[in-house]
Write a protein that binds this ligand. Sequence first.
Ligand SMILES: Cc1cc2nc3c(=O)[nH]c(=O)nc-3n(C[C@H](O)[C@H](O)[C@H](O)COP(=O)(O)OP(=O)(O)OC[C@H]3O[C@@H](n4cnc5c(N)ncnc54)[C@H](O)[C@@H]3O)c2cc1C
Length: 375
Amino acid sequence: MVKNKHVGIVGAGASGCICAYYLLQSGCEVTIFEKGMPLGTLIPTGGGRCNLAHAEYDFRELAKNYPRGEKFLYSVFSKFSTEDTITLFENLGVKTYTQEDGRIFPTSNSSKDVREKILSSIANAEIVREKVISAAHVNDGYKIKTNKAEYYFRYLVIATGGGTVLEGIKHNIIPFKPSLTGLRTNIKTLSGVVLKNVYSKDIKATGDILFTHFGISGPLVYKISSVNARKDFPYQLQFNLYDGEFDFQGKLNNNPHKMLKNILSEIFPQRFAEYTSGDLSETEGCRITGRQRDNISDKIHNFYLDISGTNKGEETVTSGGYDLKEINPKTLESKNNPKLYIIGEALDIDGFCGGFNLQNAWSTAYQASEAINNA
Ligand SMILES: Cc1cc2nc3c(=O)[nH]c(=O)nc-3n(C[C@H](O)[C@H](O)[C@H](O)COP(=O)(O)OP(=O)(O)OC[C@H]3O[C@@H](n4cnc5c(N)ncnc54)[C@H](O)[C@@H]3O)c2cc1C
């Protein structure tokens, strides 16, 4: 057992706290700096239920759920992946269950409960409620400056989450972009409309789209925002709104006096049926020409949306962060800064919805703690 290593951790979020847990277990002394509420970031996860992992037990398959970081995570997940997460939480007194869609939750369905269990497991760590401003490499260790004082540690872990950079660390930063978020479009009149089983031709995936007062949202949109997180705005998205059998001409023939919007409402919500039939909305079925039918049909199967940006503040994760090229994936140690480890969302790693981002936090936390123990 390693004794008397004193490790400083910046950030008492998911990754910082679990790194502290493993370090304490192996006899290290741990000081965590937190500018806000310790593990406060866990409370809203999974809508308050804490979707802490995903039931993908093959680590290579698991890594495919990260648009940024897939290759880097091979090495991390080969050491600590879904099964280890379940064991970790069992050891913390948190039993878990798997939902039909593969998402793993605590049986309590309470992120507050998970937070309490983690915090009580690190009761022996010192938590300093100060904001770290900078870190500088001095005398074989790191001097960190907070808003109140200065501290020195031989080993330092950066676990600051997305969108934060400490001054003084020589490390390339990939610019931050919002991910897993709603997207802004020019259509504002469909707020509240939900389209089911829509196929995104851009990311080749099916899901629902929710129109909001600023644009579109929902799981499919979140995934698109993630895949496209580094794409410049504006860009265009293409959808097939109806993948099933729909004998459009047959419907027109059988409903000669029905208005087009009412014919289309068989497959779409009424407001969307009106929107998509446009000027022909109140035209009877028998009056729709072959050309008009084909135009409408084309609009349904090749529906375009102009995307002008993301909905600010809705993002679940941040793409970008400490450049992976300058980090050893086996240890999470910065190549330019010996004994400095970077974990969790602070890394240029982000995953899809479904428990993948917390999995990154747990796995990188474990890997860094192991590396510090072995250093
Ligand atoms: C609403 C919402 C729901 C989510 N739901 C899920 C989910 O169900 N499943 C999932 O896998 N992921 C989910 N995520 C993403 C997940 O919460 C994050 O990816 C994860 O918390 C990242 O862990 P982390 O330790 O890297 O960073 P964080 O948990 O963000 O922790 C970083 C900590 O560092 C502190 N800090 C930052 N800078 C400083 C500084 N300079 N000095 C001192 N302290 C500092 C912050 O205050 C924070 O406490 C969700 C995110 C959000 C916003």
